[in-house]
Design a protein around this ligand. Sequence first.
Ligand code: NAD
Ligand code: GLY
Length: 371
Amino acid sequence: MDCQHSSNVFSSILQVDLGARSYPIHIGPGVFAQAGRLLRAVYSGRRAFVVSNPVVAFHHLATLQQGLSAAGIAVDVWQIPDGESAKNWEELYKILGWLLDARAERHTPLIALGGGVVGDLAGLAAALYQRGMPLIQAPTSLLAQVDSSVGGKTAVNHPLGKNMIGVFYQPQQVWIDTNTLSTLPSREYTSGLAEVVKYGAIRDRVFFDWLEENVQALLAREPAAVNHAIHQSCRIKATIVAADERETGERALLNLGHTFGHAIETALGYGQWLHGEAVAVGMVLAGRLSIEVCGFGQSEQQRLERLLAALKLPLACPDISLETWMTLMGRDKKVADGKMRFVLLERLGQAIVRQDIPKEALAEILTPASR
Ligand code: NAD
Ligand code: GLY
């Protein structure tokens, strides 16, 4: 993983080191205006495909199109409906039909312009179309910029579980144009901050301290603070993905709070709680469980909860029965040999995976009286 700072003080490039499948992450204001120049590093043709949704396309498609046309690249655009409920098999099939109808060739790039829903769905379509066409992730939500656009996880949801149908498929480039955040609704922005906190909590205490000191700057979306948060988040994610692309080991640490969070999203219906909101509550629960089973300090838990609350993220658990929790968490992708595995905190900046969690400890943190 490598870092270069360009002439723009807020711009940077990171590298995800995966041998022949390595790729750059371009971060900064105005990246989309450079899209054509960036794409020319991997593609010499004159056509590209863009998957987006009406909300994102309204705000940001023209800028991307202009950036591409500056290098002589024209785009065909497909829009999926807005929202998590579009991340399904039917929408995937429609994208594949559109590519076939447009006679897309397998070397032509597919650009995912949008949040994590567009990125996950278009990413899976790119992986499947003619056994794989080049994928460019152009994330526009904070959550997609710091998490879903990097690392190659693609998926659609199934009624029985979130992200259950998917493949690992790495993009060829990631374009993070931080100007796009100016149109992101506050609730979505805040949701993305939960994943930013996650990186500090699992891997980098210095970054966690920095987040505590920069809450107001982050809430005000000050460019220097936002760029630093995105850069550090992507740096940590790129390092972990490079070490464990297929999640056979340490990549599971990126799921701090997600076992609980995915259960919340599934129990309450996709789209009721935003992903980051569910992850924030999940991190609170993971912290409480960590106090019970691996010596995480009460004072560190208080710091975690204070930071999440200061960033205006929820801490309180929705009303879900213990039975429902156990059923939903039993379907988690981290389950191995029928045993649930949890990402827990030994201290801020250091996470571990544990699977020997007594049911009583889970009941203790998940039953209403203890919340
Ligand atoms: P999302 O894609 O639904 O985007 C959130 C909302 O913000 C949508 O309404 C979208 O249209 C809008 N939006 C996006 N960018 C905008 C902009 N710049 N201006 C105005 N509106 C904008 O949700 P999300 O939070 O980006 O992503 C959540 C999804 O990502 C979930 O499906 C989750 O499972 C997935 N995810 C995947 C990974 C991975 O590694 N692949 C990691 C984390 C999350
Ligand atoms: N968002 C978790 C991962 O990419 O592994």
